[in-house]
Design a protein around this ligand. Structure first.
Ligand SMILES: Nc1ncnc2c1ncn2[C@@H]1O[C@H](COP(=O)(O)OP(=O)(O)OP(=O)(O)O)[C@@H](O)[C@H]1O
Ligand SMILES: [Mg+2]
Length: 182
């Protein structure tokens, strides 16, 4: 659960980019953040959901009971690795690595056993079994998204691996992609 309270972000000019934002995000909840350009969406996400990529001027963000505002920078990478999965608009895949290698890197970071084998299983579960050796440049936008998602599922989900893989496939299907196994 993510609890944001009275979050303020001020830049040098003195203007508040965030002016006391509060929100709760419960486990399993899907949240869509909408607002005019410049209203602070990216800053809110970068402080809270992105695991402290930006620091707040004041306020509180607790993730599963842990306060991340003011958390020492050296503690944040492990938190990002273990609690968050980001799929950026450009998918942030490593261009010199194949689809399989991209997912396996994420599995390795998470100390998942047999990272290459499990990366292959994840990719197969979302219908990308024929693309394991393809580089990102040779994949469609939706396929890149699938690779990015497999990497995030692998790095994030708890529980045993079959469960993790099913969860990944389910999330992928929920994207209503043409790639999704039906
Ligand atoms: N480094 C910075 N220094 C000063 N002001 C900044 C900085 N970064 C962002 N801002 C300001 O903070 C406000 C919120 O920016 P933010 O990027 O969160 O907007 P947004 O809601 O994501 O907009 P968009 O829909 O255009 O992506 C904007 O007015 C922006 O100009
Ligand atoms: Mg933005």
């Amino acid at each position: 659960m993510v609890i944001v309270r009275d979050l303020v972000k001020t830049y040098g000019t003195g203007a508040n980019a965030l002016n006391g934002v509060s929100m709760d995000v419960n486990a399993g909840e899907v949240l869509v953040l909408m607002g005019p350009s410049g209203s602070g969406k990216t800053i809110l996400i970068s402080i809270s959901i992105l695991g402290g990529i930006l620091t707040a001027t004041s306020g509180s963000v607790t993730i599963d009971g842990r306060e991340i505002v003011g958390m020492p920078e050296k503690e944040l990478p492990a938190l990002r690795r273990d609690l968050f999965g980001f799929i950026f608009q450009d998918f942030t895949l490593f261009p010199a690595l194949t689809a399989l290698e991209n997912v396996a890197v994420m599995c390795r970071l998470k100390n998942v056993p047999h990272p290459s084998r499990q990366a292959a299983e994840l990719l197969e579960s979302v219908g990308l079994g024929a693309k394991l050796k393809s580089y990102p440049a040779d994949l469609s936008g939706g396929q890149k998204q699938g690779v990015a998602m497999c990497g995030r599922c692998c790095a994030n989900a708890s529980g045993d691996f079959p469960e993790r893989r099913r969860g990944c496939a389910e999330r992928w299907r929920s994207q209503d992609s043409a790639l999704a196994p039906r």
